[in-house]
Structures are given as structure tokens and as C-alpha cells.
Design a protein around this ligand. Structure first.
Ligand SMILES: NC(=O)c1ccc[n+]([C@@H]2O[C@H](COP(=O)([O-])OP(=O)(O)OC[C@H]3O[C@@H](n4cnc5c(N)ncnc54)[C@H](OP(=O)(O)O)[C@@H]3O)[C@@H](O)[C@H]2O)c1
Length: 235
């Protein structure tokens, strides 16, 4: 149960949770390819990873591009954290932004899983979020997208077997995505979350990565959604 000498594609690997997974997998001896939409972000991430990683530009919105990419390539493992979603209350979020969020996170993962060529014994790991089971006011859509991904995970695990399909549901994680919040709001959110969470801290990408690598390496795990959230669903 090791990732040594396995191949891993991390879509969303140029930033945040995906970057953390790429970093941890490299240390574990995997041959890692990272992908996202921006060639510049991919290039910078490859440099930060020490250059021992392949970088490619892929957009999960582009079904034909995904099919073309996998036409002559396969991987042992696929990790997908690619998404860009605006989160706001149902009556405040413009409908086009709501549809775009579902397109990006749910349909993006669906298109990727549909196109991906994964070697026998390999795995796909998706990312949802604990809002699926514990929504807060202003997060109904994000919770629904996450719940959809968790349902997709279970269905794909049955349909694509023996390929394994799992999902990680993170709570709040300090990544570039949450950096887009304004300074005061971000500080207050982190301080409040650390006080509220049973674990007493806000997670980092490396804490999601530990779980992701364990899922990929464990041949007895499929169809599971694992919360990595500092105990957030309990309080
Ligand atoms: N951070 C948290 O607190 C948290 C909590 C729960 C769940 N999550 C979920 O975890 C996932 C990752 O979050 P994160 O914090 O790591 O975000 P992030 O730092 O913004 O990273 C997102 C990554 O996805 C790529 N990406 C976005 N859209 C893409 C597309 N259409 N095709 C290919 N790549 C795409 C981005 O690069 P490009 O811009 O170059 O495409 C970037 O590499 C999201 O689904 C988020 O909802 C995050």
C-alpha cells in the first residue's frame, strides 16, 4: 500500500488543496502531473514543487480537450480539486453565477471522471466539502453541489469498479481560495473557526493531502466520503 512509482494526475494542482496533494505525493515517491486552466499558474506551481513534476493546462469545462488529453495517456490515480465557485445566499447570487458554480465544480468533476483513463487498481478522488451535510445560511447551493459530488462518488464506485472512487469533504482549509476574502473578514473567519472547532485549529492543504494519499494507497477503500474538518460537522 504505497504510492511509490505510481502515476498521479492532480487537476487543480496549481493551487490550494491540489497543490498540497501534489507536494505530498512527490514526497511519497509518485510521479506527479499537475493541471489547471492557467499555464502561468501551472508553471509557477511546478517551480514551487522543485521542477520534478510535469505541468499541463487542462480545463474541466472542455469535454473535448479532456478526451483528447486522455486519448494517449493513463494514470494510476486521479485527484480532482478543480473548481471555481461563487458562494452567496440563494436570493443574492445571480442565477447565472449559480449555474456557473454547478458547471464548474459538479459538472467539471463529472466530465473529468468520464474522460479519465485510470489503470486497473487505480483510483479517483473528488473533493466536496462539509457544507453537504452541515449547510450554513448563504451556502445552500455549495452544499447541494457538494452533496451531488458525494452521490456521484458512490455511483461511480459501483459503476466503474474495480476502479476505486472516493471523496474528501474538507471543512475550512487555509488556501488561496479563501485568500480572496477581504483581510478583516478572513482573519475573523479563521479566528472564529479555530475557537469553534473541536480540533482547535483551521486545517491546511497538507492535512487534506495526508487523507488523500491514504485513500489512494488503500485498496479496500471505495465509495467513501471522508470528512477532514477538525470536527466541524459535530458542532
Ligand atoms: N479551501 C477551503 O476552505 C475548502 C473547503 C471545503 C471545500 N473546498 C473545495 O476544495 C476545492 C479546492 O479548493 P481550494 O481551496 O484548493 O481552491 P483553489 O486554491 O482556488 O484551487 C483551485 C484549483 O483549481 C483550478 N481550477 C479551477 N477551475 C478549473 C477548471 N475549470 N479546470 C481546471 N482547473 C481548474 C485552479 O487553477 P486555474 O485557475 O489555473 O484553473 C486551482 O489550481 C474546491 O472545490 C472547494 O470548493 C475548499
Amino acid at each position: 500500500m504505497t504510492l511509490t512509482e505510481t502515476t498521479l494526475l492532480v487537476v487543480g494542482g496549481s493551487s490550494g488543496i491540489g497543490f498540497g496533494v501534489a507536494q505530498a505525493a512527490l514526497k511519497a515517491g509518485a510521479a506527479v502531473t499537475i493541471a489547471s486552466r492557467s499555464a502561468e499558474k501551472v508553471e509557477k506551481a511546478c517551480a514551487r514543487l522543485g521542477g520534478k513534476v510535469e505541468g499541463v493546462t487542462l480545463d474541466t469545462a472542455d469535454a473535448a480537450g479532456l478526451e483528447a488529453f486522455f486519448a494517449d495517456r493513463s494514470f494510476d490515480h486521479l485527484f480532482c480539486s478543480a473548481a471555481s465557485t461563487r458562494v452567496a445566499a440563494v436570493r443574492e447570487l445571480p442565477l447565472e453565477d449559480a449555474y456557473a458554480a454547478m458547471q464548474s465544480k459538479f459538472w467539471g468533476a463529472y466530465r473529468l471522471a468520464r474522460a479519465a483513463r485510470i489503470a486497473p487498481g487505480g483510483s479517483i478522488t473528488l473533493i466536496s466539502g462539509t457544507l453537504s451535510t452541515r449547510p450554513k445560511p448563504g451556502t445552500a447551493l455549495q452544499g447541494a453541489i457538494n452533496a451531488g459530488l458525494e452521490g456521484l462518488t458512490r455511483g461511480l464506485a459501483v459503476e466503474l469498479a474495480p476502479l476505486r472512487v472516493n471523496c474528501i469533504a474538507p471543512g475550512l482549509v487555509k488556501t488561496e481560495m479563501v485568500d480572496t476574502l477581504d483581510g478583516d473578514g478572513r482573519k475573523a473567519m479563521f479566528e472564529g473557526a479555530a475557537e469553534r472547532l473541536p480540533a482547535g485549529l483551521v486545517g491546511g492543504p497538507e492535512m487534506i493531502a495526508v487523507q488523500a494519499l491514504a485513500i489512494m494507497a488503500n485498496p479496500y477503500m471505495t465509495g467513501a466520503t471522508v470528512a477532514v474538518d477538525g470536527g466541524g460537522v459535530l458542532v
